[in-house]
Design a protein around this ligand. Structure first.
Ligand code: AMP
Length: 436
C-alpha cells in the first residue's frame, strides 16, 4: 500500500487554472477525501485502485486528471504546430455499468471542461438507443468516451471506434459491471487495448472477481480505501413493522415528514407499479423507474425527479448505481436489496458529498434475518426502531427486536410454543440483477 499525502485544497493538487476556475464556479470548496488522496497520483500517471462509495466525488477524481492530460497534450501539439492523426481513435475510455451513469459521467466531464473552449470532445455511448446516431457522433474519433461495455463492442465491430490509442482506462463501479454479467464483454474489450496504458479502477466493494481483475490488470497501483465516514454524512435507520404493514407505514412517514425527493427501492419492476397504486390510494403521487420503461421515459422521469418535480420515485436497483441526484434527502428500502453490497449502493444515493441524508429500511418479520446479514457484511449495526402507531405484534416483535442477540433456544424442554416460525424467503439469497 502506497502512502499518500492529502492536500487540503484544489490548488495543491496540481490542477491547471481552467479546471480550478470551473471548480470554483461549481462551488467545490475543497477536495473530497478521495480527490485529495488520488488526484496527484493519477496526474503523475500511476494506476489506481480505489474503494470509494458512490457520492464520494469519484467522477472528478478520474475526470479532472484525464481532462488535464488531454488539454496539455493538445497545447503542446499546437505549440509545435504538430497535428496528431485522428481517425476513429479514443484517448480516455471510461467503462460504466448503466446507461444513466454513462450519460451522467459524460455530462460531468463536459461541465468540468467548459473553460477548454470545446477542444476536448467527450461522448457517451450506451445501449437502448439507436447506434447510428452514436456512430455519426464518433466520426473523427473522440478524446473521451464513456461507454457501457455491450454497446461499445457493437460499435467496435462496425469499425466506428478503435481502442488501440487508449491512454487511460477507467473502470467505474467495477463490481457492478461484473455482477451485471459484463465479464466476457470486459475481457473482449481489454484484449483490444494497447499494452501501455494507465488504469483507474473504482469499486465500492471488492468481491473475488474484482480482485482477480485488479491483479491481472493493474501495475503497481496506488491503493485508496476510504473509511465509510469519509464518504458521507448519511444517517441509517431501520424501522420494524408487521408483515403487510409496510405500505401504511411508508405513507405515514411520507406524509409526516413531507419529504421532497424520496427514492424508494423495491425488488421487482411490477412491485414499482403496485406500490405506486397503493400509495395513490392513500393520496400520495409517486412515479416509477425501472428497466421496462423506454430510455426516453427513464430520462424524463429522472430529470423531473432531479428537478424536484416528482416527490416520490419508486425504483428497482437500476437506480441504485451512480445516479447522482443533488441533495437527495431520503432513500427508503421498502424491499431489502438481495445483495448486501446493493444496500450500500442504494443508500449512497443520499447524503452525497458531505450532505446530510437519511437511509431508511423497513423490515418486517421475514426480513430481519436478511437484514442481519446485510449488517454483518457491511460491518454496520443499527438499532431496531418502532414508529408510534405501527408497533410490531409482541411475538413477531420479540423476534425482530432480538435480531441482534443470538437465537437462544427456548428454556426448559424446548417444547415452548413459538407462534410463528421465522421463514426466510429463499429468493433473497440468490444473486439478483435486473436486465437493462
Ligand atoms: P460522484 O461521487 O462523483 O458521483 O459525486 C457526487 C456529487 O458530489 C456530485 O454532485 C458532484 O458534483 C459533487 N462533488 C464532487 N466533488 C465535490 C467537491 N469537492 N465538493 C463539493 N461537491 C463535490
Amino acid at each position: 500500500m502506497t502512502t499518500v499525502t492529502t492536500p487540503a485544497n484544489f490548488t495543491d493538487l496540481g490542477l491547471i487554472p481552467p479546471l480550478l476556475a470551473r471548480l470554483t464556479e461549481l462551488e467545490y470548496q475543497q477536495p473530497t477525501p478521495i480527490q485529495a488522496q488520488a488526484i496527484p497520483s493519477v496526474l503523475a500517471g500511476r494506476d489506481l485502485i480505489a474503494g470509494a462509495n458512490t457520492g464520494s466525488g469519484k467522477t472528478a477524481t478520474f475526470a479532472l486528471p484525464i481532462l488535464q492530460h488531454l488539454f496539455m497534450q493538445q497545447q503542446t501539439e499546437k505549440s509545435l504546430s504538430r497535428k496528431s492523426s485522428k481517425g476513429n481513435y479514443v484517448t480516455g475510455l471510461i467503462l460504466v455499468p448503466t446507461r444513466e451513469l454513462a450519460k451522467q459521467v459524460a455530462d460531468s466531464i463536459k461541465s468540468y471542461a467548459v473553460h477548454f473552449n470545446g477542444v476536448i470532445k467527450t461522448l457517451a455511448v450506451f445501449g437502448g438507443v439507436s447506434a447510428n446516431t452514436q456512430m455519426l457522433a464518433l466520426r473523427g474519433g473522440t478524446d473521451i468516451l464513456v461507454a457501457t461495455p455491450g454497446r461499445l463492442l457493437n460499435l467496435i465491430s462496425t469499425n466506428a471506434i478503435k481502442l488501440d490509442r487508449v491512454k487511460t482506462l477507467v473502470l467505474d463501479e467495477a463490481d457492478r459491471m461484473l455482477s451485471l454479467g459484463f465479464t466476457d464483454e470486459l475481457s473482449a474489450l481489454l484484449a483490444l487495448l494497447p499494452k501501455k496504458k494507465q488504469i483507474l479502477l473504482f469499486s465500492a466493494t471488492f468481491p473475488e472477481q474484482v480482485q482477480a481483475l485488479t491483479q491481472e490488470l493493474l501495475n503497481d497501483p496506488v491503493e485508496i480505501q476510504l473509511q465509510s465516514s469519509d464518504a458521507s454524512t448519511l444517517v441509517q435507520r431501520v424501522f420494524t413493522v408487521n408483515k403487510g404493514g409496510k405500505t401504511a407505514l411508508l405513507a405515514h412517514l411520507i406524509k409526516q415528514h413531507q419529504w421532497r425527493q424520496a427514492l424508494i427501492f423495491v425488488n421487482a419492476k411490477n412491485s414499482c407499479n403496485h406500490l405506486a397504486e397503493k400509495l395513490s390510494k392513500r393520496g400520495i403521487t409517486a412515479e416509477v423507474f425501472h428497466g421496462d420503461k423506454g430510455q426516453g421515459a427513464r430520462n424524463r422521469v429522472l430529470d423531473a425527479f432531479k428537478a424536484g418535480e416528482i416527490d416520490v420515485l419508486i425504483a428497482t436497483d437500476i437506480a441504485a448505481r451512480g445516479i447522482d441526484i443533488e441533495k437527495l434527502p431520503v432513500v427508503i428500502n421498502f424491499d431489502l436489496p438481495r445483495s448486501p453490497s446493493d444496500y450500500m449502493h442504494r443508500i449512497g444515493r443520499s447524503g452525497r458529498a458531505g450532505e446530510v441524508g437519511l437511509a431508511l429500511s423497513l423490515i418486517d418479520h421475514e426480513d430481519y434475518h436478511h437484514f442481519k446479514v446485510i449488517e454483518k457484511k457491511n460491518k454496520i449495526r443499527l438499532e431496531r426502531e418502532q414508529v408510534e402507531g405501527f408497533e410490531v405484534d409482541e411475538i413477531t416483535g420479540d423476534s425482530i427486536l432480538a435480531a441482534d442477540k443470538p437465537m437462544a433456544k427456548p428454556e426448559g424442554s424446548g417444547k415452548k410454543k413459538r407462534k410463528k416460525k421465522t421463514t426466510i424467503n429463499a429468493d433473497i439469497w440468490s444473486g439478483y440483477s435486473e436486465p437493462e
